[in-house]
Write a protein that binds this ligand. Structure first.
Ligand SMILES: Cc1cc2nc3c(=O)[nH]c(=O)nc-3n(C[C@H](O)[C@H](O)[C@H](O)COP(=O)(O)OP(=O)(O)OC[C@H]3O[C@@H](n4cnc5c(N)ncnc54)[C@H](O)[C@@H]3O)c2cc1C
Length: 430
């Protein structure tokens, strides 16, 4: 288990590599003070900073990120931006709560779509919807639960059988699926660049500036970076799983790495065998299952595999991802990936976020559990409103509260046992 306070990836983000080079903001050098310091320029941190600026534009706001916009964690995901509650938040028995989660999530998604539209750059961001597909009994049961949630919540969907999936997506791997329109498929590195480009110039953003240490002082907080120090009465931890390695919520959130492989643009004859729909995404029914996409420019992406606490070996990952892709799409057997990369997901035991004021002046929104693009945008914004003393919806009633996890080494042992068992039970979905 790595104890570094920030992610240091071995493999570069494939999405970012497809974009034109971008000149990052300079790192922090020297000592600074701010009214508010946000650690992490992801979906959560940028949403917080921008909302705080709307509420207190006279304040000095500093945002630091250990990476560069687009190259870091927010630019490494599979690009599913769901407009409705995530499957793990879905609760067919509590439609009132779900309706409120969906309403808030849609507002957050709209703000991302507005940023993309306003950024002035072409960004691949289309409301293409998403498929959920099951290959075996475990997946079919989960698919049925999700269908009950969609029905209870009055959300539109289409049910698909194996032949429909073959016709639309070009794969016979799945037995059944559901299509729901409430999802954008995006180029995530381009989207986080678009969001960062909309940050007001009064907010100072330092890139390549990891927080190494967080200390309480009499009148606020002191954050140490490689070449400087920032003091602020309010510090916001929007750095997902790495909040725990700065000493916050250690017993609630932990980093788990997952991986993506992206093929080159496929040739026309292969694409002709790939089904009728040209820009699609499949989310797994099993939480250790694989996510798939066909991108607008004709590539396939697979996101799969998990490592506890540290990034795994690149070559082994490439081969395992290939195997999973080729089993689903024999049409691309032998096609190597152009890019393979990993990213850290902040995982909590019960899938709920760590959110709120952790200590006086120290706020946290962490634990994306693999679906924190839109939800992080929402929770970052709500955290700013809460920190400013505004009345906000009851986040723990809506999204839950991260439960306790045992310390190491029991946590790692528990993770391996649980994921081993779930992988065995749901092996057809992997
Ligand atoms: C391969 C993969 C696929 C995924 N697919 C999806 C998907 O399709 N849809 C979805 O919603 N989610 C997906 N996720 C999860 C998604 O990436 C996160 O939910 C989302 O990025 C969370 O946003 P965030 O701003 O809360 O945290 P993060 O994106 O983790 O951002 C935290 C930021 O903090 C920075 N940071 C960390 N530590 C420090 C430090 N000590 N000092 C300074 N900065 C620091 C990081 O560089 C990063 O920029 C996926 C994740 C991976 C890895």
């Amino acid at each position: 288990m790595s104890e570094t306070t920030y992610p240091e990836y071995l493999l570069k983000s494939g999405w970012n590599a497809l974009l034109p080079a971008r000149v990052p903001n300079a790192p922090l050098k020297g000592d600074q003070s701010a009214d508010v310091l946000v650690i992490g320029a992801g979906f959560t941190g940028l949403a917080f900073a921008r909302r705080w600026y709307e509420l207190a534009s006279q304040d000095r706001i500093i945002v630091i990120d250990s990476s560069e916009i687009g190259e870091g964690n927010p630019g490494r995901n599979s690009g599913f931006l769901l407009e409705v509650a995530l499957a793990e938040d879905a609760d067919p028995a509590n439609t009132g709560r779900m309706a409120e989660c969906n309403r808030l999530t849609q507002i957050a998604m709209q703000s991302i779509a507005d940023d993309v539209a306003a950024c002035g750059e072409p960004v691949d961001c289309v409301r293409a919807g998403t498929y959920r597909a099951a290959a075996g009994d475990v997946g079919l049961r989960a698919l049925n639960n999700y269908r009950q949630f969609l029905e209870a919540a009055g959300l539109p969907y289409r049910a698909l059988q194996q032949q429909d999936l073959k016709t639309e997506l070009g794969s016979e791997f799945y037995q059944a699926g559901l299509y729901s329109p409430d999802c954008y498929l995006v180029q995530p590195a381009a989207v986080i660049r678009a969001i960062a480009a909309r940050v007001p110039a009064d907010i100072t953003l330092y890139e390549n500036t990891p927080a190494l240490k967080l200390q309480k002082e009499t009148d606020g907080w002191r954050v140490t970076t490689p070449e400087g120090v920032i003091r602020a009465p309010k510090v916001i931890l929007a750095n997902n799983s790495f909040a725990s390695n700065l000493g916050v919520a250690r017993s609630r959130v932990t980093p788990v790495y997952t991986y993506a492989g992206l093929t080159p643009v496929l040739d026309d004859s292969t694409l002709e065998e790939m089904g009728d729909v040209q820009n699609w995404g499949i989310l797994p029914c099993h939480r250790l299952g694989s996510t798939l996409r066909r991108t607008a420019d004709g590539r396939l992406l697979i996101r799969s595999l998990h490592d506890y606490g540290r990034e795994g070996n690149g070559e082994e990952i490439r081969m395992a991802l290939q195997d999973r892709l080729w089993r689903r799409f024999p049409q691309v057997t032998g096609t190597d990936f152009e890019h393979v990369w990993g990213g850290a997901v902040g995982v909590t035991y019960n899938g709920a976020p760590v959110w709120g004021e952790w200590q006086k002046g120290l706020f946290v929104s962490a634990g994306c559990n693999g679906g924190g693009t839109v939800k992080g945008t929402l929770l970052g914004r709500l955290l700013a409103e809460m920190a400013a003393g505004q009345e906000v919806p009851d986040v723990s009633a809506l999204f839950g509260k991260a439960s306790w996890m045992p310390p190491e080494p029991f946590r790692a042992i528990g993770f391996h046992l649980q994921s081993g068992l779930e992988s065995w039970q749901g092996q057809q979905e992997l």
